[in-house]
Design a protein around this ligand. Structure first.
Ligand code: PEP
Ligand code: MN
Length: 343
């Protein structure tokens, strides 16, 4: 349920509404908007009646939120959530690019790639130190050593670091290094982990599970949001279908659907989505056309030698060419590609 009040409502009236919500065993969430102040209600809202609130002073409207997810829905907040890193924003009119290798492999590798990315104006760098691999015998990441290299990259190149959190044990180390914590497809439904990252304020990149519906993705975001962390970026990374000619089926339908139903930024990962490097640029442009707020791309200086996901990684040169096309395409969908001019 959602209570709408005017922006200049006196504090005592807002508090009266919030106290009423608490007295009915529910939780109030103040959501200031551009034209109205909204107070979202979560908890056992089925038991609430509109009449519980409509008579309270300064209440203009009481709306029932019909979706299963509440706080992340457009009904609760009509304005886009914008996540801002020193002027580099996710959401609204910005189009952001996160790029980097699947895994941190060595200091030389990560420094060489960071250097090329910086030359292209990339501000957000991805690289996994802890890798979730289908085979226990495959490269599992450099772990703590990998995080150390990422910290050095951050100092040397001023990159904003995106790296994956696999489990509770590595949370303190990830919190020290990551500027954006990636929750991978395999952990999208690890609800205890979602609640834990929800207790921190660090932005979360939440990737869609490979067999998860859009509604399930939004409900996972709701776990993080309702635990207190409102800095969530969603990511479409392809789903499992009957199709075998590509690694996954990139569900670009999810982008306009999520844009309609949620205020959270949604970015696309065409690398995992299609899984074949020479088709990544086409799907990147398709994602931009669909209205994505950004892309996360796997980029490797020597894809054929990569320790994970080399086959879907593009080179820094291919990235440069792709960025030129994205720059031209973005205005058609009212977006602006934001690159770091300070190279
Ligand atoms: C990755 O980004 O390298 C990764 C493992 O992604 P996903 O969780 O989408 O498979
Ligand atoms: Mn990968």
């Amino acid at each position: 349920m959602l209570i709408l009040m005017s922006l200049n409502t006196p504090r005592k009236d807002i508090d009266a509404v919030k106290n009423k919500i608490v007295s009915l065993n529910c939780t109030p969430h103040e959501i200031p908007g551009k034209s109205k102040l909204a107070i979202g209600i979560t908890g056992p809202t089925d038991q609430l009646k509109k009449e519980d609130f409509i008579m309270l002073t300064s209440v203009e409207e009481v709306v029932r939120v019909t979706k299963k997810y509440k706080l992340v829905s457009r009904m609760m907040q009509s304005d886009d959530t914008i996540i801002n890193f020193d002027g580099f924003k996710f959401g609204g009119e910005s189009l952001q690019i996160i790029a980097g290798p699947c895994s941190v492999e060595s200091k030389d590798q990560i420094f060489e790639i960071a250097g090329s990315l910086k030359e292209s104006g990339i501000k957000f760098m991805r690289a996994g130190a802890f890798k979730p691999r289908s085979s226990p015998y495959a490269f599992q990441g450099l772990k703590e050593k990998g995080l150390e290299y990422l910290q050095e990259v951050k100092k040397e190149f001023g990159m904003v670091i995106v790296t994956e959190l696999l489990n509770f044990v590595s949370l303190p180390a990830i919190l020290e290094t990551a500027d954006i914590i990636q929750i991978g497809a395999r952990n999208m439904q690890n609800y205890a982990l979602l609640e834990e990252v929800g207790k921190h304020n660090k932005p979360i990149l939440l990737k869609r599970g490979m067999a998860a519906t859009v509604e399930e993705l939004l409900l996972s975001a709701e776990y993080i949001f309702s635990s207190g962390n409102k800095n969530v970026i969603l990511c479409e990374r392809g789903i499992r279908t009957f199709e075998t000619s590509t690694r996954n089926t990139l569900d670009l339908n999810a982008v306009p659907v999520i844009k309609k139903h949620s205020h959270l930024p949604i970015i696309v990962d065409p690398s995992h989505g299609i899984g074949i490097w020479d088709k990544v640029p086409a799907m990147s442009l398709a994602a931009v056309a669909a209205g994505a707020d950004g892309l996360i791309l796997e980029v490797h200086n020597r894809p054929d030698e990569a320790l994970s996901d080399g086959f879907q990684s593009i080179t820094p040169q291919a990235l440069k060419e792709l960025l030129e096309k994205i720059k031209q395409m973005a205005p058609i969908v009212n977006k602006k590609l934001v690159l770091n001019e300070d190279k």
